[in-house]
Design a protein around this ligand. Structure first.
Ligand code: HBI
Ligand code: FE
Length: 289
């Protein structure tokens, strides 16, 4: 998800905005079975671990029916709820293409699905990660506004040369975010809800730190793309996340230029600690440089 796409020309068969046809009729029975297997495994686990907006979104879009969802079908309800749509893309798309879609309330999703031998690990986001992981949250009006604001901010960060900082915000919220709720910590990050092992690791393992979300802190924190996160950031509510994203980032980027990164896995004196982890899992697994 963080590797950069080098070519700026869409591959053959894709439109200028990199979209392709989902080709829903071309999925095999085995493809649909992979979705159903993953769906059942994850929903069992997420029942009392995912946040309420995610679980409501799963139901609202009826993502279980008939295996891999037909984007045209789920778009009817998604558009009615928040004005978002899912569009199919061949895989990772260039950053500015990605942000342009988000700013216009289009979520680019891979159309392919992992093989039955890769249920737990894959390099590129597939339709299960993109649609099961990301799309339920897009049925929530506040989160929907946050993602569109992120897209607009991404286009600005791109022209201001601060994409690396803003990408960390995406990673530590949209992909790996936790939320405080009256029932305890809950997951809203797509990278977690679409991963069997990280779902329990992020909430229940003694290893990771769980720190209160702070916008500047998050933008100073690099992330792991190859393994579980050593630190998760906890938002008080989706409303707080949206409000943080609506301020002007240009002055923040100027401040960040004079600030050091905080290595992932470190806790500083300024952090509000929800749970201090023992980092047992990451000991002996240094981040590749
Ligand atoms: N393309 N298909 C796809 N999915 C992504 O999540 C994605 C992307 N291109 C760029 C990108 N993400 C990054 O810019 C963000 O994660 C910040
Ligand atoms: Fe993702």
């Amino acid at each position: 998800m963080s590797e950069r796409v080098k070519s700026h020309n869409p591959p053959a068969g894709a439109a200028a905005d990199w979209t392709i046809d989902q080709g829903w009729n071309t999925y095999s029975a085995a493809d649909h079975q992979v979705w159903t297997t993953l769906y059942e495994r994850q929903t069992r686990l997420l029942r009392d671990r995912a946040c309420a907006p995610f679980l409501r979104g799963l139901d609202a879009l009826d993502l279980h029916r008939g295996g891999i969802p037909d984007f045209a079908r789920i778009n009817v309800e998604l558009e009615r709820l928040t004005g978002w749509r899912v569009v199919a893309v061949p895989g990772l798309v260039p950053d500015e293409v990605f942000f342009e879609h988000l700013a216009h309330r289009r979520f680019p999703a891979g159309r392919f699905i992992r093989g039955p031998d890769q249920l737990d690990y894959l390099q590129e986001p597939d339709v299960f990660h993109d649609v099961f992981g990301h799309v339920p949250m897009l049925t929530d009006p506040v989160f929907a506004d946050y993602m569109a604001a992120y897209g607009r901010g991404g286009l600005r960060a791109f022209s201001q040369g601060h994409l690396a900082h803003l990408a960390r915000l995406y990673w530590h919220t949209v992909e790996f975010g936790l939320m405080q709720t009256p029932q305890g910590l809950r997951i809203y990050g797509a990278g977690i809800v679409s991963s069997h092992a990280e779902t329990t690791f992020s909430l229940e393992d003694t290893s990771p730190h769980r720190l209160a979300f702070d916008l500047m802190r998050v933008m100073r924190t690099p992330y792991r793309i190859d393994d579980f996160q050593p630190t998760y950031f906890v938002i008080p509510s989706l409303e707080d996340l949206l409000q943080a994203s609506l301020q002007e980032f240009a002055p923040l980027y100027r401040q960040l230029e004079a600030m050091e990164d905080i290595p992932i896995g470190e806790v500083t004196a300024e952090d509000t600690v929800v749970h201090r982890g023992d980092q047992a899992y990451h000991q002996g697994r240094p981040a590749p440089q």
